[in-house]
Structures are given as C-alpha cells and as structure tokens.
Ligand binder design. Sequence first.
Ligand code: FNR
Length: 398
Amino acid sequence: MNRREFSQAVALGASALVAQAPAEDESKAAELPTKSAVKVGAANAACVADYQQLAEAILPSATANYVSHGSTDQQTLRENVAAFQRIKLLPPLLHGVDKVDPSTTVLGQKIKLPVLLAPTAGQNLYHPDGILATARAAAAVGTILGVSSSCGHTPEQIAAVSTGPKWFQLYVPKDRNVGRRLIERVEQAGFQAVIVTVDLGERKDADLRNRFSLPPDLLRNHLQGYGFQVPKNLSEAELAAFNLRLWDTGFTWDIFAWLRSITKLPLLIKGVLRADDAKRAVDLGLQGIVVSNHGGRRLDGVPASIDCLEKVANAVEGRTTVLLDSGIRRGTDVFKALALGAQGVLIGRPYVWALAANGEAGVRHVLQLLEEELISAMHACGCASIAEISPEVILKNS
Ligand code: FNR
C-alpha cells in the first residue's frame, strides 16, 4: 500500500485494516502513525492532557506533584473531571448554523472566549518568566487574567507587561493595613476586580512526602512584594514560621464590608458550592461568584463544582455573575458549564501545564485548543453565540 492509498484507507475509516496490512519495507513501516510512535511535543500538543504529560516530564517531580495533585485521597480531584464526563450532550440537528462566535462579556468586560485564567500561586516555579508569560498570553488571546496574591510578581510588574483585563485574588493578611495598601496598589495598577478566595489551606499527601515548600528567596520576595516588612537574617525555618503568622484564615463574611469600605472595584467570592452561601453573596451585593472547590486541592470529599452549579445559578436568579472552575479539560466542559448556568469558566492546571511546557506560547495555545473545541461543540449543538447555549442540549436522566 502506498502513502496515497494509506491516506484514503484512513479517511474511509479503515485504519484497523491498515494496521494489519503487511508493510512493504522497514522505512514505510516506520511512517505508519501508531499511538506509541507519535511523540507529543509542544509543537503538536492537541489537547490539555498532552500539556499535562509534557509539564510532568519537564518539571521537577515535587513541583509537578504540587501542580497536578489533589488533597488527601484526591477523590474530589478525580470527581471534578468524572462529573463533566457523566454529563451528556444531545444536540438538535440542522440548525443552519455556519459561523460561531465564542466571544462574551463578563462583568462588563468583552472577552474573546468565555475561558478565564484562574489565580495560581508560584508561577516562577513552572517557567522562568512566571506570570509575566501568562499575562502576555492572556492579553494576546483576549481574556481575563486572575492574579494570585502568591503568584510570584507584584501587581505593578504584571501591569507593566500586560494591558489586558486583570482581576486580583486576595489572600487576607491579619494586618488589614497591609491589605488596604495592597488593594490601593492593585487599583492604581489598573486591575478591574478583586476576588476573595474563601476555601483556604491545602493538604496534599505528595507535598508532605516531598516536603514541598516555596524556596526561601521566592517566599521572601513574595512577602515583600505583598507589602510586609520581613526581618533580615531569618533562617529558613524562621521565615516559614513568620509567613504562617501573617495570614488570616479565620475571617467571616465581614471581610466584604471591610473590602467595600476600601475599594470601589467589583468583588467576587471564590469557593462557593452551596446555594445558601450564593444567596448570601448576592445579599451582600457581591458582583460575582466563582463556583469552585479549588481544583480538588482543599477539602477532599466535596462534590465536583459542576454538580453544584445548577443549584447556585438557580439561587442567584441572575442577580450576580456566576463563574465556575475545577475540572475543565475540554471545550465541551466549557460548553456544559455555560449550558448549566455559568457565564464563564476559569482554568487552573491546564494553563499551568502549558506554561511549564512552553511559556507564553504554551498558554496561548492551550487557550486556542479549548476555544476550537468549544467552537466545535457550539457548531454541533446549533449555537451561533454564547447567549444561545442553553440547558436544552443537556441530556436529562430519565
Ligand atoms: C491553584 N489555585 C489557587 N486559587 C487561588 O485562589 N489562589 C491561589 O494562589 C491558587 N494557587 C493555585 C496553584 C496551583 C498550582 C493550582 C493548580 C491551583 C486554584 C485555582 O485558582 C483553581 O480554583 C483551580 O486550579 C481550578 O481547577 P483546575 O482547573 O486546576 O482543575
């Protein structure tokens, strides 16, 4: 069989036949694409899972574990992905949709696709340019960048490389004056919203085994960049203990009244799973809710965030923006989340893996792959715009 016949056979779905056909000689046999022969590199990565594989091969194993693993038994981590796979799409046929537009508006910000970048810590550990590469990619693609308080660069450094839309995620310091000064800097740097993450504290077995922690120089930089006065000449253990004493992990809903008193920026709460909490957020006038279980990195055994979405969306009745993260790996997952009531989704690991594999280009590419998959799903389901995505296409259990 020559190459042309081979291509035709594959196009006709006869790849099993091709695999069984005896090869004419060694060199032709080597050309046949078998699963093991196709090597995944940044240049031919085709999906989020490819970037995971690449990142895990490149990063030191303790860092790779820190990124990819979930807390304790990792039930919620697995469930986040499995729950999306359980949801089935049943598309109506022949809607006459030719062109599909995946752009949308979130909190008044027009974006090219409904996939935002979730705040993630320690980005210098994954790529030498850290979040600066991520920020450039988000701006180039035209989406919103979520910036973690612990990302590794200051708000000013990030603003200097990116004019794209940015939201700042706050970890709350016990010393509220330090927090107030930081929020002032965030406003001056042109950030457009503040996210308060409320599901705090990770406990991952792999991190414990690996004794994973931020290297002391990065930790010192991070704390100084946040605005803390860090005493000189602390040992590594003293610096770690100093860090632990700085953060407020026991705050209540009052945190939003304090934030409202110091900034006019829209406020979002990240980590909501319950309808009653969502209602409370609406009553407090918060501009957005992120339905999230922190990517399965916080309390193991909580449900997948996609399984909590409908109840949250119904409870808020359109009075605030609802976003979702945790477990998005495909454009069809984005589509399902929008169909079930989210106005947009955030991704964490998918872009961190791509950042590790290929820096700014990797992050741009992984967003592009998700966009292409989303467009394909919209096309198949007859949705020309994001507004046309509805629960009608979700197969309900009978
Ligand atoms: C996170 N996440 C996170 N969230 C947050 O509010 N502040 C932070 O500093 C971090 N740091 C962080 C580091 C790393 C390496 C990961 C993977 C995640 C959680 C993140 O914002 C988001 O909720 C999840 O990543 C979403 O789940 P997926 O997309 O990773 O499945």
